[in-house]
Write a protein that binds this ligand. Structure first.
Ligand code: HEC
Ligand code: HEC
Ligand code: HEC
Ligand code: HEC
Length: 294
């Protein structure tokens, strides 16, 4: 493969990557032992190789050699695409996207939802899945699910999960491909991954459903989720379970229904897709949460 040639594909891909949060986010140098295995190149590869978390002295961002190992494999196959045992339980197995979910998954919810709801005082205002539980949403396995709720979803039909949507055909250097962005020029959604024959088959509009300033609005789920989130947020504020910044109002001991509602609220918030990663489950957990406060 032509890697170092002046017009090799690698040049274009490097440009795409340069516009991604993996290259230029504000948190790609979090090198503490609890953070580095998802937030730095050095921490991640050490963790994949040995299962051990380290504090790299000179951390660098999430780059080509984090996800690939071309000098070893002599191609751009992935460093790992093994199915991932999720920290909060369950397995994530969506082909190429297994790579992503080593990092894009919930961290340990401590105390667990059941314990939080019965006897334990919560002291950490960030209680919940922490950032990036996208893998848990797609797999339908949030670590805790109230009885009677179903976690299956049509988007689980995307064989390569995250990659099918976020790395769909690139738009210039701004969306899709290695930018992993779902929109470009801040207002235009990249619907290339949605509109394939096996999926929405051209049915997703790339312009009319856009609601400026509110993220993507495909019409069929995001506006519902935004409305349900606003309703639930108002309830949780009135019950003094969360503060004005959406953190848990600590210290606090909750009943089980209260802990469930706060957990679901913070999970949807941190997933950041307003329902797209699992439309059915997202709507269900929000409606369930609201129903707990008649
Ligand atoms: C080594 C861990 C790691 C891997 C592997 C990884 N990511 Fe990320 N990803 C991160 C971190 C950390 C951030 C946030 C960086 C920041 O904000 O500074 C991020 C950011 C993102 C964002 C941007 C979010 C925003 O705020 O715009 C998207 C989209 C994304 N990742 C998708 C993916 C996809 C798709 C894959 C797999 C192809 C993947 N990531 C693989 C750790 C990882
Ligand atoms: C299991 C992997 C993992 C671990 C461990 C982890 N993070 Fe992250 N973190 C992520 C991912 C993935 C994102 C990007 C998620 C997104 O953009 O939605 C992220 C995003 C963030 C953000 C940006 C949030 C925002 O709203 O912009 C901060 C800040 C952060 N992490 C801090 C930390 C700190 C501090 C630690 C260690 C105490 C840590 N993380 C440990 C995976 C992890
Ligand atoms: C966060 C993980 C991640 C990072 C960082 C990353 N890649 Fe990739 N790359 C992937 C994934 C996943 C695929 C598979 C995409 C597919 O098959 O559609 C891929 C595919 C490729 C391919 C094959 C492209 C194709 O369409 O066949 C090349 C070449 C490549 N990457 C080069 C690079 C280079 C160069 C960089 C750094 C500038 C880089 N990658 C950074 C995850 C990553
Ligand atoms: C069915 C298509 C689809 C799949 C599969 C998918 N995403 Fe998304 N993702 C989206 C859409 C659409 C958004 C919403 C963009 C918006 O509203 O701004 C989004 C939002 C996000 C965000 C918030 C930042 C942003 O770019 O808006 C992150 C981070 C993210 N996804 C990561 C992932 C990861 C990691 C996976 C795999 C576990 C994944 N996604 C799977 C379509 C998808």
């Amino acid at each position: 493969m032509d890697c170092h040639g002046e017009d090799s594909e690698v040049v274009a891909i490097s440009g795409q990557w340069g516009g991604s949060k993996h290259a230029s986010g504000e948190n790609i140098d979090r090198n503490g032992t609890d953070c580095s295995y998802c937030h730095t190149h050095e921490g991640f590869i050490h963790y994949v190789d040995t299962g051990e978390a380290i504090e790299p002295m000179n951390p660098s961002g999430i780059g080509c050699f984090t996800c690939h190992e071309p000098h070893t494999n002599e191609d751009f196959s992935l460093r790992t695409d093994d199915p991932v045992d999720l920290t909060e339980g369950g397995t994530f197995d969506f082909g190429l996207a297994n790579l992503c979910v080593n990092c894009h998954q919930s961290r340990a919810v401590d105390p667990s939802v059941e314990d939080a709801g019965t006897r334990v005082e919560i002291t950490n205002k960030r209680w919940g899945p922490h950032h990036g539980p996208q893998g848990n949403f797609l797999a339908g396995d949030l670590g805790y699910l109230s009885e009677g709720l179903d976690s299956s979803d049509p988007h689980q039909g995307a064989d390569n999960g995250c990659v099918d949507c976020h790395m769909a055909t690139v738009v210039g250097a701004w969306a899709g491909g290695h930018t992993m962005n779902m929109y470009y020029e801040e207002t235009e959604p990249n619907v290339a991954g949605c509109n394939t024959t096996d999926c929405h088959d051209g049915g997703i509009d790339d312009g009319d459903d856009w609601a400026a300033g509110e993220g993507f609005n495909y019409g069929f789920v995001q506006s519902d989720v935004m409305d349900l989130m606003a309703e639930l947020r108002a309830i949780l504020l009135a019950e003094e379970l969360i503060d004005a910044d959406d953190y848990v109002n600590v210290p606090i001991t909750m009943t089980l229904p209260e802990a469930e509602a706060v957990f679901y609220f913070r999970s949807v918030l941190e997933d950041r897709s307003n329902g797209v990663h699992n439309p059915d489950l997202t709507v269900d957990i929000l409606e369930y949460s609201i129903s707990l406060f008649p």
